[in-house]
Design a protein around this ligand. Structure first.
Ligand code: SAM
Length: 218
């Protein structure tokens, strides 16, 4: 089995997923979080759903999952948010978004950290929308023309929802946390007990999405 103890531990401590949640699991292969998510939905008559996405194909059905769990193979970096919304229950978005995505580690610390931030930033964009993420990020910055063409993309995280993003520790990773802060009731770092001493994996846990920050141009 590939049960990830850290996934169970994080869920146990922070109760990200509740009975009836609609979960989006980015970077879901081989499927430890799928299992944790499925079990956290409660018995099948409580409803709920899990959509897992990964570049890699996941064994069907994923281990220890019931029919509420579906997976697709896709590249999260290029998958448009409207397609994700179309895949959500009643097209209403998701109440929980998990990103356990990580790049193929090259061993070059700065390169790995940069790729990790790109994946993490993508997860945040998909959750809260590019405009929301950017309006916080660019606060007080007038040089934003280049970004405005992207900001039609709206997020797929429901108001009140929770977001978890795995990152490799870096200065840029801290920026993702800064962006998330005003958008959620609580946003904090969780450092799991490292399995390897060299591991710099940290989780950003964002609880209770407050909805988008009004942009000054709207
Ligand atoms: N969450 C998984 C679990 O609980 O079993 C473990 C995920 S593993 C640490 C990281 C995953 O991120 C890999 O399976 C990799 O294929 C995926 N990944 C990396 N970049 C991705 C991308 N652009 N789109 C989709 N998946 C990606």
């Amino acid at each position: 089995g590939y049960v990830a103890r850290s996934a169970f531990k994080i869920q146990k401590q922070h109760k990200l997923i509740k009975a009836g949640s609609s979960v989006l699991d980015l970077g879901c292969a081989p499927g430890a979080w799928l299992q944790v998510a499925c079990q956290s939905l409660g018995p099948p008559n409580h409803g709920g759903s899990v959509l897992g996405i990964d570049l890699k194909k996941v064994k069907v059905p994923p281990l220890h999952c019931d029919s509420r769990v579906k997976t697709i193979s896709a590249d999260v970096m290029t998958l448009p948010s409207h397609q994700l919304r179309a895949l959500s229950p009643q097209q209403k978005g998701f109440s929980v978004i998990l990103s356990d995505m990580c790049p193929l580690v090259s061993g070059i610390t700065t390169k790995d950290a940069a790729l990790s931030v790109e994946l993490g930033m993508r997860a945040l964009d998909l959750a809260v929308g590019r405009r929301a993420a950017f309006s916080v990020y660019a606060d007080g910055d007038d040089n934003q023309e280049g970004e405005q063409s992207h900001d039609a993309e709206t997020g797929v995280l429901q108001v009140g929802g929770n977001l978890l993003i795995k990152l490799l520790e870096s200065e840029d990773a801290k920026e993702i946390s800064q962006i998330s802060k005003p958008l959620f009731r609580k946003s904090s770092w969780l450092r799991p007990k490292a399995t390897r001493p060299s591991s710099r994996e940290i989780y950003l846990i964002c609880l209770v999405y407050k909805s988008i920050v009004p942009h000054k141009d709207i």
